[in-house]
Ligand binder design. Sequence first.
Ligand SMILES: C[S@@+](CC[C@H](N)C(=O)[O-])C[C@H]1O[C@@H](n2cnc3c(N)ncnc32)[C@H](O)[C@@H]1O
Length: 225
Amino acid sequence: MGKLKGKNIMVGYENIFNEDNRLLQAKYNITARFYDILDYPWERLYKRWRPGLVNDIRGTVLEAGVGTGRNLKYYHPSVKLTGIDLSSAMLQRAMRRGKSAVCDYNLYHDDATVMKSAPSNHFDWLIATFLCCVMPDKLQPLAIEQFGRILKPGGQFRILEMLYSKNAKDRKRQRLFAPFVEKVFGARFDRNTYSYLTKSAKLRICNTYFLKKDIYMVIEGVRVE
Ligand SMILES: C[S@@+](CC[C@H](N)C(=O)[O-])C[C@H]1O[C@@H](n2cnc3c(N)ncnc32)[C@H](O)[C@@H]1O
């Protein structure tokens, strides 16, 4: 584990990524260089939501798919944050952005479907913003199992995802962007995250709401056992 300015970043989990995640990792290791520029048109919208997504959270928090660390500066100073990401290049960006964070944080190079760096029954919160839309459907149950493992009983989760709108006009616009979004970010509007969460033995969905139209959905819940 290498130390950078008192914050930790762990490397060396390349071997355990499955083939899909290896491809995703390769994509993000390239995209990382341009990520903030490519994502800029959307981030203008997302940045309005980010404070509200994390600033009520306290305790030990695991953010899965922390990316370039866009949420870091909004966590409360008392939060003990662990951020993980598949891409070391994205994590390097997060390290830089983390300088403006007021909470304690450690970043680990890890796969959300494995979470080697996260102990069981440890976290008060699991946060993931735009992770599951990137994750292939067949891997989602594995990640959700890990969410259930690392949360304490009673621990909570909040997941922000994007979906195809039921409105024909909005859906048409999304379909125009979909090839770009998939090519560059590996993200899709048709992931079945909600459905996989409903099948989890350990996690129960308590609340869902949309941040914009019927496209950007927040799913909140709790570990029940
Ligand atoms: C669309 S970006 C979102 C980044 C950040 N959460 C945000 O809101 O800006 C998706 C991130 O998830 C990461 N990721 C994808 N699959 C992952 C996995 N299995 N485990 C950990 N991180 C993953 C990618 O490397 C990328 O940094």
